[in-house]
Every structure is written in C-alpha cells, then in structure tokens.
Design a protein. Sequence first.
Length: 136
Amino acid sequence: MANRFHILIVEDDPLVVDVIAVSLEALYRVCSVNTVAAAVAYLQTSHVDVVLMDTVLPDGRGTEVARLASDLGAAAIEMSGYPQVMDDLERSERVHLLKPFGVEALLSTIGYALHKVGGSETRTAWHTDPPTSLGS
C-alpha cells in the first residue's frame, strides 16, 4: 500500500510511541522521532501528511514542530497530558489530543486533521465519525 498517508510521531516516551505506532501502522505509514531537532530534520527531508507531537519535549516545545509542519502543508496534532498545557490546548483552535486518549479518538482526530489541511474529499481519511470534541 504505497499510497497510505505518512504520519510522523514526535514523542519522547517510548511506551507512548509504541502504543500509537501499533494503533496506526495497519492504516498509515508511521515513523517516529523523540526530539524537536530530530523532527525538524525529518520534516526538512521527508514528505509527511500528519505530525502527531507531544507539546513538551526534551529540547523544546511541540509548537515549533507544529509551525514547521503547517508551513510544509502537513496536518499538525499536538498531544499533552500536562494539566497547564491541556488547558491551553483546550482554549486554542489547534487540533489536539489530551492524554490519555483511546484509539477511536486518535483515528478520528487524524481523519479530522487530514480533512482540515486537505480541504477536499480526496484527502479525507475518516475512520470513525468526525470528532465532536478533540480532547475526548
């Protein structure tokens, strides 16, 4: 399946990466890195459709990665389990997931983000109904 969407996971917790990757690899092409620097380098050399990033990383904030991803035309989804950051994400209009989240919320949010960035049905990848609350 060479035409699958490519998702880059930017997360420093290997267990979280493993769970997300296992949940997505049947439907998407999945790669992962664990720092902002590695994400920036990857984005500058590879085509990615969606970047799923933690908001707090060892060498910076996921928002830096989100900006670059958006500039390159990729959908950006921020994730966090930190209460302060979760509050900020809930007040923002950015596509996000609040940890912990389930597989259905993950798939729905990815589908929504692909639809939002693509702006057409050809980029839509809904696997469940569109999310009513991205933090659920």
